[in-house]
Design a protein around this ligand. Structure first.
Ligand SMILES: Nc1ncnc2c1ncn2[C@@H]1O[C@H](COP(=O)(O)OP(=O)(O)OP(=O)(O)O)[C@@H](O)[C@H]1O
Length: 245
């Protein structure tokens, strides 16, 4: 089946915000994604789960355009992202928080927060401080001196300045204390209520299943399974098997 030129709502439904079809991605000669398909509806949190090396981060990089060697189709609000540079993808409303939490270690928390241009509807510094008061307390500390949890909070709220419609989060819970993971989860749930859609790459099944509306299981660069929130309880052992090494 060929992809339509512009995504249309299914009868009686809403059009996907993001629709990925037959996505293949390459690092040089190495073929890493093999026909990935997924979709994200507006205001939906979707998780990508799978073992190390399954291709989760590569899927986010391919959507964002930081990995350019790709074929297939990535449509965002009906527009093909594969032709756009990562800056243009960002300007259309996609924000990416990489696993390494791209904050600037030599700048203070406030400087980190104020560097990205504030777009209409984006998070002001004050709103960031209200969501995570610890960032106000650390306003004049350099990014490098923050704990892992504080860095993750900062990395997320600073991309919200651009008022994205879709947030790509790469393992936000990795290495963080449970209480911080919970705060981040609560913030993401609130953002969903405001209409933000999220693709959450996770190995922490507990965090992913608490938060996400649907789960895609990646195995060797392919989507092997899709599990809705309502199916998680009965399919938990299958999900755990997919993640076990
Ligand atoms: N820069 C790179 N150059 C070459 N191969 C890469 C590069 N980055 C990742 N890979 C390979 O691509 C495959 C998918 O990696 P990817 O990082 O997307 O996996 P992942 O599911 O996100 O797992 P992890 O949690 O370990 O990051 C792996 O085989 C990995 O070794």
């Amino acid at each position: 089946m060929t992809a339509p030129a512009v995504s249309r709502p299914a009868a009686g439904g809403t059009a996907p915000l993001l629709e990925v079809r037959d996505l293949n991605a390459y690092y040089g000669q190495s073929h890493v994604l093999h026909g990935v398909h997924l979709k994200v509806m507006p205001g939906e949190i979707v998780s990508l789960i799978g073992r190390n090396g399954a291709g989760k981060s590569t899927t986010l990089k391919s959507i964002m355009g930081v990995l350019e060697s790709r074929t297939g189709s990535v449509r965002f609000e009906g527009q093909d992202l594969l032709k756009l540079s990562s800056n243009r993808v960002a300007a259309r409303g996609v924000a990416w928080v990489p696993e390494e939490r791209a904050i600037l270690g030599n700048l203070t928390v406030r400087e980190n927060l104020e560097l990205p241009p504030l777009r209409p509807g984006g998070w002001t510094t004050e709103r960031a401080y209200e969501a995570f008061p610890v960032l106000r307390e650390r306003a004049h500390h350099s990014g490098a001196k923050l704990s892992g949890g504080e860095q993750q909070m900062l990395a997320i709220v600073r991309v919200l300045r651009s008022a994205p419609k879709l947030l790509l989060l790469d393992e936000p819970s990795e290495g963080l204390a449970p209480v911080i993971v919970q705060r981040i989860g609560e913030m993401l749930a609130r953002l969903r209520e405001e209409g933000l859609a999220v693709i959450l790459v996770e190995q922490n099944l507990g965090f992913a299943t608490k938060l996400a509306d649907r789960h895609y299981v990646l195995v060797d660069g392919q989507v092997m399974d899709e599990v809705a929130r309502s199916e998680v309880a009965q399919r938990r052992s299958a999900l755990l098997r997919y993640l076990s090494v």
